[in-house]
Every structure is written in C-alpha cells, then in structure tokens.
Write a protein that binds this ligand. Structure first.
Ligand code: IPD
Ligand code: CA
Ligand code: CA
Ligand code: CA
Length: 263
C-alpha cells in the first residue's frame, strides 16, 4: 500500500495526537474537564490533541483552512483546501475509561472529501483512505460487509446525549430499525462507527446531529471500501444535513426506507 505525501502528513498528525491521548487515557482522573453544554464534555486531552494536529498540518500545508471541533474555523489563504479535525471522537468514553475513542482527520478539496484518517490508539487501529485509492485498516484493504438483508444485519447508531433536543424523533427511528434488524449497537464514537462500516464489522449505521469533523473521514472510508453514504432522505448533502445513513448498497438503501416508515 503506497500512501501519498499528504496522506502521510495526516497519518503522522493523527498518530502523534493519538500517542498524546493514550498517555492522558492512562491518567484520566487527573485531567481538567469542563462542560460545553448538558452531557457535552471537553478535557485537556481534547485540546492538547487538537493543538498537536493543528501544528503538524499547518507546518506541512501553511495555506490550508481548518474546521476543528474545539477551536472552530481558521481561514487559510489557499481557498481550495480545508481540514476537518476531531482531535478526540468519543470524549465521554475516554473520560469513563472506555477505550472506544479516536482521532479523525479529513481533507476537503473544493468541497469534496479527498482523504481521511481515523486512529484508535487504544486498539492500535489506523484507518486510511484516499479518493480512488481504496480504504485500509493498518495494511489491510477494507471492504464493506456482504450481507444484503436487514434481518441479518448489525446496525450501529448514535443516541443523542442529554443536551440534544430530538430524543422523541430518535426513539421513532430506533423503533423502526429495531423491528427489522438482527441487532443494534451504540459504541459512542461516530468516527469509529463509520470506520466499522468500512471494515464490514457493522453492516450499516445511522445518526442525526453530527458535525463535519465527526463524519468527514468516515465518509471517504466507507465510499472507498465500496459502501454508500447519504443523508436521511437518500440525498448526497450529508455533511451539511448533519444526518448520515451508511452501509453496503443494499443495507444502506433498506435503512433509508426503514427510517422513514410511518409508525
Ligand atoms: C460525539 C461522538 C458520539 C456522537 C456525538 C458526537 P465527541 O463526538 O461521536 O458518538 O453520538 O454526537 O458529538 O464529542 O466525543 O467528539
Ligand atoms: Ca465533543
Ligand atoms: Ca466527535
Ligand atoms: Ca471530539
């Protein structure tokens, strides 16, 4: 597997931030933690990892723009390229000592995602993808699952946390899906959920209320692994709509339909 120079930059940044997260994970009880809103935590570890990624990417491509979860937007002079950075996806897991968390970095060129990296340092799993070059877990090429029926499928999802308003609507979606699939999983890190779809571990996934930094890398990971990603209505406006439905072709289409079923 030959990686491009820019993908190597992204891998170096993700791994350096991941090593910092792994150190902080070992001493999680000593970290400063604050609330951004109900059920929405941020810690020193998130901020430190974001600083590391920003410094690495900025050094390699000084002109590119950024959209980062903790710092927000930083405009560059280039006008064509933007980094989407989630320094720690799965903060709540991390703070509870659950090793399901990851660094997620995507690169957009003229509004299209062209490369993505997701790194779970606790499991030493590095997911990489470039447009037209396939998706990989460490050195292994990824392919979405081959199951075609919902009844055989394991579907991942994200449950809205305390501060997110749409709990009633989510329960309707969950009821529709529970009635048709083999099982539902909630891991607590959207970037890893999407990586698991790319790896064929989950047959599909849906969640509403996600941000570009949560899903940028996961979207290209799944597409390069032969999968499909749309918004809740089957449209392509995934990053803007904040809602994502993913899977192999058959499961993804069946999920879009099942989610819309009137109760
Ligand atoms: C969160 C996780 C979670 C999802 C939330 C995200 P964070 O990201 O991806 O699985 O349900 O909507 O905000 O805050 O841990 O980076
Ligand atoms: Ca967060
Ligand atoms: Ca996130
Ligand atoms: Ca985060």
């Amino acid at each position: 597997m030959a990686r491009s120079a820019i993908l190597n930059v992204m891998v170096q940044a993700a791994m350096k931030a991941g090593r910092s997260l792994a150190r902080d994970f070992g001493e999680v009880q000593n970290l400063q933690v604050s609330l951004k809103g109900p059920g929405d935590y941020v810690s020193q570890a998130d901020r430190k990892a974001e600083e590391i990624i920003y410094a690495e990417l900025k050094r390699a491509r000084p002109d590119y723009s950024f959209l980062m979860e903790e710092t927000g937007a930083v405009e560059g002079t280039d006008g064509q390229h933007r980094w989407l950075v989630d320094p720690l996806d799965g903060t709540t897991n991390f703070l509870h000592g659950i090793p399901m968390f990851a660094v997620s970095i995507a690169l957009e060129r003229q509004g299209q995602i062209v490369a993505g990296v997701i790194f779970n340092p606790a499991m030493d799993e590095l997911y990489t993808a470039e447009r037209g070059g396939g998706a990989f877990l460490n050195d292994r090429r990824l392919r979405v699952s081959g199951r075609t029926k919902l009844v055989d499928s394991i579907i991942g999802t994200g449950v809205p946390h305390l501060g997110r308003g749409d709990h009633g609507n989510y329960l309707l979606q969950l009821r529709n899906i529970m009635g048709e699939v083999s099982g539902v999983r909630r891991m607590g890190a959207a970037a890893l959920d999407l990586a698991y779809v790319a790896a064929g571990r989950f047959d599909g996934f849906w969640e509403d209320g996600l941000n570009p930094w949560d899903i940028g890398a996961g979207i290209i990971m799944i597409r390069e692994a032969g999968g499909y990603v749309t918004d809740l209505n089957g449209g392509q406006d995934v990053v803007e709509s904040k809602a994502i439905v993913a899977g192999n072709e058959a499961v993804q289409k069946a999920l879009v339909k099942a989610l819309k079923k009137p109760i």
